[in-house]
Design a protein around this ligand. Sequence first.
Ligand SMILES: Nc1ncnc2c1ncn2[C@@H]1O[C@H](COP(=O)(O)OP(=O)(O)O)[C@@H](O)[C@H]1O
Ligand SMILES: [Mg+2]
Length: 521
Amino acid sequence: MEKEKQVPVVEMRSVTKTFPGVIANECVDLSLYAGEVLALLGENGAGKSTLMNVLCGLYRPDEGEIFIRGKKAEINSPRDSQRLGIGMVHQNFKLVDSMTVLENIILGMKDQGFIPDMKKVRAEVATLSEKYNLSVNPDASIWQLSVGEQQRVEILKLLYRKAEILILDEPTAVLTPQESQELSKVIHLMRAEGKSAIFITHKMEEVMTFSDRVMVLRKGKVAAELSTTSTSPRDLAKLMVGREVLFELEKKPFQPGEAVLSLEKVCALDDRGLPALKDVSFEVRKGEIVGIAGVAGNGQRELAETITGLRKLTSGSVRIQQKDVTNAKPLTIIKAGVAHIPQDRASVGAVGDMSVASNLAMKDYRKKPLSIGIFLLPQQILSMAKKLINAFRIATPSPETHVKFLSGGNIQKTILAREIGACKNLLVAVYPSRGLDIGATESVRKQLIEQRDKGLGVLFISEDIDELIQVADTILVMFEGKIMGSVPAASADPEKIGLMMAGVSQLQNEPTDIRQGVIPS
Ligand SMILES: Nc1ncnc2c1ncn2[C@@H]1O[C@H](COP(=O)(O)OP(=O)(O)O)[C@@H](O)[C@H]1O
Ligand SMILES: [Mg+2]
């Protein structure tokens, strides 16, 4: 395409947006052409969401101008942007839970003089659903839908409103790899029709497969603008983080000690009362990272919850350092030295009205060196907080900033730093790098390995096979609540793991000593 001669559909010129103590965007130029997918890449807190919120009228920029199809635009509200054909799927969806899919799709349009003929709306939504392969029950209430389905509703809503410029803010952070694939098809279809999209992500592979061009933001400024074919994941990572990113991690040789965690024939039910864990048995030893591979929803969440006391076993046993903790209370298990990075980080989350430093100290504050008796030691808390803020690259104006002012990814990093920091015997990490940028992902992986090198046991649940091979010592594959097989990470074959993830038992592949669960090499 001859970009030079075309008028961009969107042109943002020298946009600056500040919040108290933070320059979220500094003199940012952005252009987007018809039929183009632009990937907006950057670490958590780089200013991506802010820039897009300016474009869709949620924030007023302090300085700068926006041109839409060559004409200067005054975008003072989401309604203005909608009129210009701009639609955004936000990082945290903005659907009304108690309403149905159809009601959500037309929500707010009535105020603009639109009197909905529900029969027509239903037919149009059905046509769009089919065309873009976005299947969802139009009469379901939002609360009944999975996250992936809710996202489809958000996209349908924009298509129904005839958006020509789509902004997707980290749409794949909440999706399974399969759902991400589906989304990539939708985007390609829209692009083929001449629509344009800005796609925010941290994931390099997605940038490479989804986009035509990439813009990298770093600390609110444009760090680079490139055509996708002229760059590589490694270069992009470097541009994002501002330094070389290690794709290889250093690890001490694998020398496991005695078992920290032993599961024997553990069975448990899911929230609907159906069997979620079926006779799960395995061990995690000191100095070992056991990786659990599998498509999300195959019992991983329930596994982590039974170990940490948040879910009852229906049969079987759990031991921590040989002590029976079957169905023990969460607090008993925490006292046994178990830390948990849960899947749903919002629920255990951070306290928004407290500072980053206080949040980081939350689990440790009763112990030395952060307190003596009943006295907290603010200097110690502050220096510990500074260490963690650096290690996890938490983007915060200061340790004293209230957590509610941080971006979503940085709140997540705060929780991670706290849990990893407080771990004594066993760390149960459920998708710890989900939604994190590459710099933070790297430090999470390093932290897991560091805990292992210190002699702790780590149970590491992930959907990313490459990540598991890189980080874990032993990989177990879960499918429909069962352990399908076990392989040493050092000799793991991604394809074989993928097959087991899809339900092909290791036994059907080759002879296995199932008690040890390790393929003899
Ligand atoms: N409403 C807000 N109030 C104060 N600070 C904010 C607000 N929104 C974002 N920020 C700050 O602006 C910076 C950029 O945030 P954001 O645009 O959310 O980053 P990204 O989407 O790239 O992760 C961060 O330092 C964040 O803490
Ligand atoms: Mg964001």
